[in-house]
Design a protein around this ligand. Structure first.
Ligand code: DAT
Ligand code: MG
Length: 151
């Protein structure tokens, strides 16, 4: 277990549906620390970089259209095991298969509109953080209650 950062984004459907606060609330309640956050309307170039691994798949064009369709909210969250923990909280890619209690399981209906993106590995997290944020946008600070979250 190690302290790490993960990239989490409320995608256009999440923002449109008024679920930004709900996603942040879940992360805060868990004990994660917010270290960067901004609104961003993703352009085609950034979308192609971010979803490069999916280029050529049948859903790729639709995915790029959706992610560039309206603003999103990009965040970096920090905590022990933050990448895997956040993926667990997000749930399966297909909301119909995502367990109750997860963000997608509780709040979404359809793979193509599954509200949030979260990094799937520490390597992806580093790549995505570099893609979306300058170092100057990422904050270093301590939370007063940190000693009540960890030994
Ligand atoms: P995740 O977002 O859970 O990391 P992924 O990286 O495999 O999932 O895919 C990225 C996004 O692409 C996903 O959130 C929604 C879309 N997507 C993936 N598989 C899809 C499919 N079979 N049909 C439609 N959209 C899909
Ligand atoms: Mg992914």
């Amino acid at each position: 277990m190690s302290r790490e950062q993960t990239f989490l984004m409320v995608k256009p459907d999440g923002l449109q549906r008024g679920l930004v606060g709900e996603v942040i609330r879940r992360m805060e309640n868990k004990g994660m620390k917010l270290v960067a956050m901004k609104m961003i309307h993703i352009d085609k170039d950034l979308a192609a970089h971010h979803y490069g691994e999916h280029k050529g798949k049948p859903f790729y064009d639709g995915l790029i259209k959706y992610i560039t369709s309206a603003p999103a909210v990009a965040m970096i969250w920090e905590g022990d095991d933050a990448v895997a923990m956040t993926r667990t909280m997000i749930g399966a890619t297909d909301p119909r298969k995502a367990e109750s209690g997860t963000i997608r399981g509780d709040l979404a209906m359809f793979t193509g509109k599954n509200i949030v993106h979260g990094s799937d590995s520490p390597e992806s997290a580093k790549r995505e953080i570099d893609l979306f944020f300058d170092d100057s946008e990422i904050y270093t600070y301590s939370l007063a209650h940190e000693n009540w979250l960890y030994d």
